[in-house]
Design a protein around this ligand. Structure first.
Ligand SMILES: Nc1ncnc2c1ncn2[C@@H]1O[C@H](COP(=O)(O)OP(=O)(O)OP(=O)(O)O)[C@@H](O)[C@H]1O
Length: 250
């Protein structure tokens, strides 16, 4: 069984047809890169996978989105629980105006965990998993805003990990970061793959080749090509993929 699967997925914002007949199957414990020029629907696609588009008033979809075989748009699906299982990290680090510790503890508290010892252990475990613990262990009470941009992004990853997701979606997580912080996030993605399924939107094609095993090329709302990253980059099957990866547009 695939962890995430879409079947003839179409997405509309009002009259605009944003995603067209998307069929994709994503295996557990893999990293999939979503690539394509600006405005082709990458963010809309991943936001459809954990129902984040639901908040947009004129959003409408047709087709199916399965998570572990269950259609996430079925009426009996608990959306809060779904978003806990399919976490999201955004382009710009967005820590809360709270301490480093409380940023990671937050998700546990809103999900009803009250035992401080459990929370403390989970905060430490999540910060370690996000490769941030050694840098912050002596300053957990300081504001999250005292961290560098790269550290803030790893803090946001720790916050996502704390609620034990199964899938982590990252929407251009390195685009606001310097090269050293970018390398740290990429190393982290390699490590996290063992325990999580990762979907990353990136404009950086080198990054896609460095971190992902599968790549999906979107263009004008269509999924033009999807397959093993190496194959897609070395021998693209579609002329449009070839044009994009060789820098002829986008
Ligand atoms: N809330 C919205 N209401 C209406 N149209 C929207 C909304 N959000 C996005 N769109 C449109 O949907 C299309 C796809 O946008 P999306 O943000 O998914 O593209 P993208 O590939 O992620 O772009 P980028 O790489 O620039 O972030 C665009 O034409 C955009 O204008």
């Amino acid at each position: 069984m695939y962890r995430i699967e879409t079947e003839d997925l179409n997405v509309y914002f009002g009259e605009d047809h944003i995603l067209k007949d998307i069929n994709i199957k994503i295996k557990a414990n893999t990293v999939t890169a979503i690539i394509g020029p600006s405005g082709c629907g990458k963010s809309t696609f991943i936001r459809t996978l954990n129902r984040m588009n639901d908040v947009i008033p004129n959003f409408r979809h047709e087709g199916k989105v399965y998570f572990d075989g269950k259609d996430i748009y079925d009426p009996d699906v608990d959306v809060v629980e779904l978003r806990k299982k399919i976490g999201m990290v955004f382009q710009k680090p967005n820590p809360f105006p709270k301490s480093i510790y409380e940023n990671v503890a937050y998700g546990l508290r809103i999900h009803g965990v009250t035992d401080e010892e459990i929370i403390r252990k989970k905060v430490e475990e999540s910060l370690k998993a996000a490769a941030l613990w050694d840098e912050v262990k002596d300053r957990l009470d300081q504001s999250a805003f005292s961290l560098s941009g790269g550290q803030q992004q790893r803090l946001c990853i720790a916050r996502t990990l704390a609620v034990e997701p199964e899938v982590i979606m990252m929407d251009e997580p390195c685009s606001a970061l310097d090269p050293i912080s970018t390398t740290k996030i990429e190393d982290l993605i390699h490590k996290l793959k063992k325990d999580y399924t990762i979907i990353i939107v990136t404009h950086n094609l080198q990054q896609a080749t460095r971190v992902s095993e599968y790549a999906a090329f979107f263009l004008n709302g269509e999924l033009v090509e999807y397959g093993p990253t190496e194959k897609l980059f070395v021998s693209p099957q579609d002329k449009r993929t070839e044009a994009y990866i060789t820098g002829r547009f986008g």
